[in-house]
Design a protein around this ligand. Structure first.
Ligand SMILES: CC(=O)N[C@H]1[C@@H](OP(=O)(O)O)O[C@H](CO)[C@@H](O)[C@@H]1O
Ligand SMILES: [Mg+2]
Length: 549
């Protein structure tokens, strides 16, 4: 069977590639202004169909979202059959296809690709897709649907839902009727699976105080409302920032990214959050989660991905001991360089900790190497993976006491409350609430596990971020030559100082991270390194940001 060239041509002509724009499939898929993504969407539809054919008709997922980015942005990423991110080697193919200048060039590129990858076009192809609440979403989905049609794939529209729900659906569809069946392949199936496991885990525990859930005015609001219904009285969820149709509201002054970067309470919660009460923020596609609370003096405290990892890992270790299976199932942690030094110290004194480059796919793959891999980016994106062997061991383990049996059941229920396909803000939220309920922890008690080092993240706009190359899981620069030595020199002057510089994979900037024992010192170090990077790489003195030192 060959390509339906006429059909592809006819549909592709409806979605011409804008001149002078180079698209790149990066850490978060394709991501840029929604207004220029039409051709990319069409071509991603074609590519998703090809990937499905290549994998014998397994269902591929496509998520249309720009996560925590501003509302005018949009983006698209592909999801592989087990619900994980697109295989690395296909990212360059996605980039090549997206940049073919004309329909003819696109068809030629597709043809060449089919031949080199030996894709059997007679195979069936299935694609399931969803979008977040962005206003540019419907038109982009229509372009995607044209692409799916052009390659002769069968499309399933999962509508407006969160990124983690789409990942769940992909896995559920592809495991349906097998021994690894992940759950019913619908949003209801997802809600039912997670909330049923949650209810079992907190049965008999004192009801937790109500939880404010800042939904970033995004798609998480919709899913949070549904969870509130499914879990009923066991935990009162109060969704806030739920204005999904108010223009400009998405991720604006709220959401997980706002809280993490500004280290502040979303202003809209200032009058609702009471001292001692805990709350959490999701990002625009509900795959990141940050907790926070106000202490007795009204002071804001943030509980980020590192704190979630520490809380959850300790709890799982405790349960494996209580179930008498700790000799067979070991827990490990995966972090990135952005993990707070306080967390790395605390965790590595207790468990194996691995540091990998930024981007969830790196964390996910490293976590797969542990029996139970707990991975979180500091920004709140993460999950827990149980290896297939560990799941078998849990299923076969014979507890010798009722206490062991209870602990074992708890672990098995945890495997169901956790969305193991990808970071999932609402699943992680239920997980955190389970641990807090079991430990009778308030936000303050959870926070006291270890003390965060003051830190600062700064963006530096440079002429060409591609000259920045790193090593040692992005903790050191190898290029531009000589810059790392100068950074080291600065870092040495600060007590508890640590700083690193890396090019962003999602924005045209270089990121500088610094921490130190004192707040003022962390800020000073960050702005000094930022100034150094700016000056050393040809930043225009007239436009040098005033905070740079
Ligand atoms: C410091 C930071 O938070 N970086 C984020 C951001 O990547 P950058 O490569 O730093 O732009 O977006 C990624 C995708 O969402 C996320 O994985 C990562 O953690
Ligand atoms: Mg996100």
């Amino acid at each position: 069977m060959s390509l339906q060239v006429d059909l592809i041509k006819q549909l592709s002509d409806l979605h011409p590639k804008p001149e002078h724009i180079h698209f790149q499939y990066g850490t978060a898929g394709f991501r840029t202004l929604g207004s220029v993504l039409d051709s990319v969407m069409f071509r991603v539809g074609v590519l998703a169909g090809l990937r499905s054919k290549r994998l014998d008709g397994k269902t591929i997922g496509v998520m249309v979202t720009a996560s925590h980015n501003p509302e005018p942005d949009n983006g698209v990423k592909l999801v592989d059959p087990r619900g994980e991110m697109l295989e690395n080697s296909w990212e360059v193919h996605a980039t090549t296809l997206a940049n073919a200048p004309t329909s003819e060039a696109f068809i030629e590129a597709v043809d060449a690709f089919v031949k080199t990858m030996r894709i059997d076009l007679s195979k069936p192809a299935k694609v399931v897709y969803a979008r977040d609440t962005r206003p540019s979403g419907p038109a982009l989905v229509a372009a995607l649907e044209d692409g799916i049609k052009a390659i002769g794939a069968e499309g399933r529209d999962a509508g407006v839902t969160s990124t983690p729900v789409l990942h769940y659906l992909v896995r559920a569809i592809n495991t349906k009727g097998t021994k690894d069946a992940y759950g019913e392949d619908s949003e209801e199936g997802y809600l039912e699976k997670l909330s049923a496991a949650y209810k079992k885990l907190v049965a008999g525990k004192a009801a937790s105080p109500p939880l404010l859930v800042d939904c970033a005015n995004g798609v998480g609001a919709q899913v949070a409302y549904k969870f509130a219904e499914y879990i009923g009285d066991t935990l009162q969820l109060i969704p806030v920032n739920t204005a999904t149709t108010t223009p400009g509201a998405l991720n604006n002054g709220c959401g997980a990214d706002f809280v993490k970067t500004s280290q502040k309470l979303p202003p809209s919660l200032a009058s609702t959050l009471k001292p001692g009460q805990r709350a959490c923020s999701l990002d625009g596609d509900a795959d990141r989660l940050i907790y926070f609370y106000l202490d007795g003096r009204g002071q804001f405290h943030m509980l980020d991905g590192d704190k979630i990892a520490a809380l959850v890992a300790a709890f799982i270790v405790e349960l494996t001991k209580a179930a008498g299976i700790d000799d067979q199932i070991k827990v490990g942690i995966v972090q990135t360089a952005y993990a707070n030094g306080g967390s790395t110290k605390y965790l590595s004194e207790r468990l194996p900790v691995k540091c990998v480059p930024t981007g969830v796919k790196h964390l996910h793959h490293a976590a797969e190497k542990y029996d139970v891999g707990v991975y979180f980016e500091a920004n709140g994106h993460g999950t827990v993976l149980f290896s297939p062997e560990s799941l078998d061991k849990l299923a076969q383990h014979q507890p010798s006491t009722p206490a062991q049996s209870t602990a074992l059941n708890h672990i098995i229920n945890l495997t169901n409350v956790i969305n193991q396909t990808v970071g999932d803000a609402l699943s992680d939220m239920l997980l955190v609430e389970v641990v807090l309920a079991h430990k009778s922890y308030s936000g303050e008690e959870w926070d006291s596990l270890y003390v965060d080092l003051p830190n600062r993240l700064v963006k530096v706009v440079v002429a060409d971020r591609n000259i920045f190359k790193t090593e040692d899981a992005e903790r050191r620069l190898v290029s531009p030559p000589g810059l790392q030595v100068k950074i080291d020199e600065l870092v040495r002057r600060y007590e508890g100082g640590r700083a690193f510089v890396r090019p962003s994979g999602t924005e045209d900037v270089v990121r500088v991270y610094a921490e130190a024992t004192l707040r003022t010192q962390a800020d000073e170090l960050a702005y000094r390194v930022a100034g150094l990077v700016y000056d050393e790489t040809g930043g225009d003195p007239a436009r040098r940001p005033i905070e740079f030192l």
